[in-house]
Design a protein around this ligand. Structure first.
Ligand code: FPP
Length: 283
C-alpha cells in the first residue's frame, strides 16, 4: 500500500492569493521561509496608537501568514517573534505585554493550528522566559505535536550569536567526551567541522532557510539565524508587519523564484572556456 497523498488545500486560498500562486512554479517552492517581523511600532505610530496595538495586529498577521503557508504546504516557517535584545532593551511594560500576547495567541489559536495541520515549535533561550509563558508554550507544542503539515517555529528570546557560541561549546564537549577526553586541543580542533556546528544549533533538525523576508524596509539581519542563512535569498518589503498577509508571502515567493541561486558556483552562467580557449584569449 502506498501512503495516501493528502488532498491539496489550494482551493482554500483567497482569489488574490490564488492569482499569485498560479504564477509560481510548484516544483520550485521554498522548503523553509524565515521572517523578521518588523514595523509593529511604526504601524501603530502612523495611526496615533500605542505600540501595543501594533503588536496585537502583528499577532493577527502571524495567523494569516501561517494559514496561507499551510495551504501551500510549506514544510517550515520560522518567525522571529522576540529577540534576546528585545528582552534586554525594551521597557519592561512592553516585554510583559509581548509575553501576555504570546500566551493569548497560543491559547486562542491552537485549535486553528490543529485544523490547519500546523505543528508549533520554538527556538531560543526558552528557559529564561517567565515560567507561565514556558508552560503555555509547552502545552501548545504538545497539543500540535502530531500535526504533519507546516512546522511553525517561533524564535523567542532568540539571539544568533549566543546560539553559535553555545553550539561551539556543545559540539566540542561532545567530541571530547566521545574520545574519552584523550584529545589534545589541536586534535580536538582538527576534528571539529561545519557539520558538527550545524548539528549543535537549535535548528539541527531543519533545512536552512531558502528565503528570508524582512518587513518594514529595514536592510538588516538583526542577529537572526546568522549561520543558517549563509545562502538564503533575502527579500525586503516596505510593508509593516501588521499589514502583511498571505498574498504578500506569495509575492515574496514569486520574487524568490526569479532569483538564480548559485551557492558560490556558477549556476547558469555561460560555461567556463577550455584551457586552450583561455590561452588563445591571453595571446
Ligand atoms: C517588531 O516590531 C516586532 C517585534 C519586536 C515583536 C514581534 C511580535 C509580533 C509580531 C506579535 C506577537 C507574536 C506572536 C507570535 C504572537 P517593532 O516593535 O520593532 O516595530 P518598530 O520597529 O516599528 O518599532
Amino acid at each position: 500500500m502506498f501512503p495516501a497523498t493528502p488532498p491539496s488545500r489550494l482551493n482554500e486560498l483567497s482569489a488574490d492569493e490564488l492569482a499569485i500562486y498560479q504564477q509560481l512554479d510548484p516544483e520550485q517552492l521554498p522548503k523553509h521561509i524565515a521572517i523578521i517581523m518588523d514595523g509593529n511600532g511604526r504601524w501603530a505610530g502612523q495611526r496615533r496608537m500605542q505600540r501595543f496595538f501594533g503588536h496585537q495586529q502583528g499577532a493577527e498577521s502571524v495567523q494569516y501568514v501561517v494559514e496561507t503557508a499551510s495551504r501551500i504546504d510549506l514544510p517550515w516557517l520560522t518567525l522571529y517573534a522576540f529577540s534576546l535584545e528585545n528582552n534586554l532593551r525594551r521597557p519592561q511594560t512592553e516585554v510583559s505585554f509581548l509575553m501576555r500576547l504570546l500566551r493569548t495567541y497560543l491559547v486562542g489559536n491552537v485549535k486553528r493550528m490543529n485544523d490547519n495541520n500546523v505543528r508549533i515549535a520554538y527556538i531560543g533561550r526558552i528557559a529564561d522566559l517567565p515560567k507561565e509563558v514556558q508552560e503555555t508554550m509547552q502545552w501548545a507544542a504538545e497539543q500540535t505535536a502530531r500535526n504533519t503539515g507546516t512546522t511553525l517555529t517561533l524564535a523567542l528570546n532568540y539571539g544568533s550569536r549566543v546560539e553559535i557560541v553555545d553550539a561551539v561549546r556543545d559540539a566540542l564537549t561532545r567530541i571530547a567526551a566521545e574520545q574519552n577526553g584523550r584529545l589534545s586541543l589541536a586534535e580536538l580542533l582538527a576534528k571539529f567541522s561545519e557539520q558538527d556546528l550545524s548539528q549543535a544549533l537549535y535548528t539541527a533538525h531543519m533545512p536552512d532557510p531558502d528565503l528570508v523576508i524582512r518587513t518594514s524596509g529595514e536592510m538588516r539581519i538583526s542577529n537572526f539565524l546568522l549561520w543558517q542563512i549563509a545562502y538564503s535569498e533575502i527579500y525586503v518589503t516596505e510593508r509593516f508587519w501588521p499589514d502583511f498577509r498571505g498574498q504578500h508571502l506569495l509575492e515574496a515567493i514569486r520574487e524568490y523564484q526569479c532569483r538564480e541561486r548559485r551557492f558560490g558556483g556558477l549556476g547558469n552562467a555561460p560555461k567556463a572556456k577550455s584551457a586552450e580557449q583561455e590561452q588563445a584569449l591571453v595571446r
